[in-house]
Design a protein around this ligand. Sequence first.
Ligand code: ADP
Length: 319
Amino acid sequence: MKRIGVLTSGGDAPGMNAAIRAVVRKAIYHDIEVYGIYQGYQGLISGHIEKLELGSVGDIIHRGGTMLQSARCEEFKTLEGQKKGIEQLNKFGIEGLVVIGGDGSFMGAQKLTEHGFPTIGVPGTIDNDISGTDYTIGFDTALNTVINAIDKIRDTATSHERTYVVEVMGRDAGDLALWSGLADGAETILVPEVDYNMEDVVNRLKRGAERGKKHSIIIVAEGVGSGVDIGRDIEEKTSFETRVTVLGHIQRGGSPTASDRVLASRLGAKAVELLLSGEEGKMVGIEKNALVSHDISDALSRGHSIDEEMYRLSQELSI
Ligand code: ADP
């Protein structure tokens, strides 16, 4: 293999730049040329592709977002779109591809592999919802963004006796909610993986108020539903003054944490190693702090699950 490509796709995540940098530098270290594909699968289809040099990825390791930009591309879900993408790769003489993104992007990578084009996936999403890796690139940064925000909400919560509902991202996964709730001592954490009952939530709030709690924080994962609706419901059922904060896209931005930069550097470099050793259709990941690889098809079919022990702990510590 003499020339590879790299793209970022789907929702952007802090640390994607560090992963791009690792792919580019690791490849050039091995005398392999690297081409950057802009705007994910959209740019792959349209041929928005440029050669990257060592300097192209200078000064990006600490920046959020992705220098290659990202996109959602419906056309790539079709066979025709995928064929157009492969034509472009062939036109540029690219022999292998690294796709940095979430599970949707991995489905695209799997399709390319099925069509005979060697592709490796690097998990980059703040949702931490990919099976086959303990952590995805961007999760730690987003988690820190969430807890910084909740710390501030806690300050104002202590000044007023109110119930605070905070809606956090995560799509269908509750990891960001669970981890931030545990890290911030939230009274209740609602995640899509565990059914909840509003009566329990209300009773918990009332018990807390009876034993003198001045305020409560409830974290709602976006996959559970609207924080605004849940806040309204709580206010109606408790008559406690309730305020809702939807953190939104601030969770996607910001300078990646040290942990995300290190993870991105390790996973990006590992993806290049796999391509060079003739692997395809694999994703790289980290399990028990060791680099691993799995078939993308296996990872996609297993789906994501929440750490039940951690969920129980969050409940035990917030009685
Ligand atoms: P993420 O990668 O963050 O999960 P999406 O689910 O939006 O984000 O997927 C990103 C892109 O991956 C989509 O816009 C599409 O171009 C591509 N993709 C998603 N699903 C498929 C599929 N089944 N086949 C081919 N490409 C897909």
